[in-house]
Design a protein around this ligand. Structure first.
Ligand code: NAG
Ligand code: NAG
Ligand code: NAG
Ligand code: NAG
Ligand code: NAG
Ligand code: CU
Length: 394
């Protein structure tokens, strides 16, 4: 028998079971055990963060907390759903003539994402751009649609065994719509991100149209644009009007493989942002798509599986809520260093995975939001508790 130190931070697939004296057996680490550790770490981060709030600016009195979707009451979930539907019914701000498929205020966000896809993914602005994007969406729901709450998030590992049954996808009146109808024997999609060889994904438990819940038969206007093998772009390269039903392929396969409790523990254990992103976004051009890609392809379908128009599925926003939550928690472990730390690796540049080669992104770089909302800079949104931002996560 070997002796091990009783460190709980070790991220190992197998660990020492913590019996008396901490000596003993190597056993496969159970997801449940990892969950306990993750919960402890996150509780500690939250306490530290609360204690760090100052008396002015973003303070205890005015900071707001974003919550997990399933922890909202039914009426809170319904308020959120109602606000999203309101955004889908409001007229677009994008002038006619720019994109004929941009028909609603909700679509303004989808269009901005399409226009920027190649300079906001695997780039140095990725986390900041999407933080501001989600914030402006939350702000539109509140200011333009009377929503009183804040952007909820999807705690990936919590429902990893059966995401289709989660409060997000179970198809009840408080969900973001059900799974797609099951297409017997369907294959997973084959994705072709820019510069990548085709990657075969495991199928989920849907594949067809969403027929249940508040977004049953929701009409998608924009796209397709790209990223899925065998799918042709819609009119005007996907910017034209192309009404069709929303489809999903939610299932446990990808969720368990890419976004489990070990993944969360891994993220929280990364020593710098370059390392963090290597897990969060995975290894470009391989099947190691990380929890970012993993979450997107747990939704999959249309528009969720198209990397340009994915914000057109209402579930995009709870997924990117969780992306921002994880980064926010990680930053809060060492805010002095991590709030302003810029990625110095392959994803730190201003082009997709630095191809073609480009300079590193910097804190002064502008984050452009097109007609979705005002632009900002990377530095302005590097922390969730300075500048215009004043929120944290429950
Ligand atoms: C915009 O879409 C409508 C269909 O809703 C079509 O009749 C019209 O020709 C389109 N306009 C342009 C400029 O493509
Ligand atoms: C799934 O893929 C297999 C192997 O390529 C193919 O034979 C089969 O027809 C596909 N199934 C469907 C439903 O497309
Ligand atoms: C959705 O569309 C299908 C096919 O047109 C229809 O049978 C079904 O009743 C619709 N469901 C809802 C909730 O509107
Ligand atoms: C959990 O996720 C990690 C990647 O973050 C993966 O390597 C591991 O295989 C996953 N666990 C299971 C049981 O799939
Ligand atoms: C992160 O750590 C790696 C080594 O593990 C190093 O190469 C890289 O420069 C570091 N990046 C930052 C931003 O500190
Ligand atoms: Cu994106």
């Amino acid at each position: 028998m070997r002796l091990f130190t009783c460190t709980t931070a070790a991220i190992l697939a197998t660990v020492v079971s913590e019996t008396a004296g901490c000596n003993l057996l190597l056993k496969p680490r159970q997801d449940e055990d990892v969950k306990v550790e993750v919960d402890q770490i996150i509780d500690t981060i939250k306490e530290k963060h609360r204690a760090s709030l100052s008396d002015d600016g973003c303070a205890v009195e005015n900071i707001v907390y974003r919550r997990e979707y399933g922890s909202l009451s039914e009426s809170e979930r319904l308020d959120y759903v109602t606000a999203v539907k309101c955004l889908q019914a409001l007229p677009a701000r994008t002038p006619a003539g720019i994109s004929n498929g941009t028909r609603s205020r909700f679509d303004d966000f989808v269009l901005t994402h399409i226009q920027h896809t190649l300079d906001i993914h695997y780039t140095g602005n990725f986390q900041h751009w999407h933080r501001w994007f989600v914030y402006l969406y939350e702000k539109a729901l509140r200011d333009e649609c009377g929503y009183k709450g804040y952007q909820p998030y999807w705690d990936w590992p919590k429902y990893a065994d059966a995401p289709q049954d989660s409060p997000i996808f179970n198809g009840d009146p408080y969900s973001l719509g059900g799974n797609g109808e099951y297409i017997p024997g369907h294959n997973g999609s084959v994705i072709v991100p820019p510069g990548s060889p085709p990657i075969q994904l495991a199928p989920g438990l849907g594949g067809g149209y969403v027929r249940t819940g508040p977004f049953a038969n929701m009409t998608v206007h924009l796209g397709p644009v790209g990223g899925v093998a065998g799918v042709e772009p819609g009119p005007d390269g996907g910017l034209g009007y192309n009404p069709r039903g929303v489809r999903r392929d939610v299932g446990p396969g990808l969720n368990g493989r890419y976004a489990n409790y070990t993944t969360i523990l891994g993220l929280l254990s990364k020593s710098n942002v370059t390392e963090y992103r290597g897990l969060s976004e995975g290894v470009a051009n391989t099947a190691e798509i990380g929890p970012h890609g993993g979450g997107h392809y747990v939704i999959n379908g249309d528009p969720g599986g198209d990397l340009y128009i994915s914000p057109g599925d209402p579930a995009f926003w709870v997924h990117h809520g969780m992306m921002d939550r994880m980064w926010t928690l990680w930053q809060a472990m060492d805010p002095e260093t991590r709030n302003t730390q810029m990625d110095d690796g392959t994803y730190g540049h201003i082009t997709w995975a630095n191809d073609p080669a480009s300079r590193l992104a910097s804190l002064d770089d502008v984050i452009d939001m097109g007609y979705a909302g005002p632009s900002t800079t990377i530095g302005q949104v590097a922390s969730t508790t300075s500048g215009e931002l004043c929120y944290f996560y429950d």
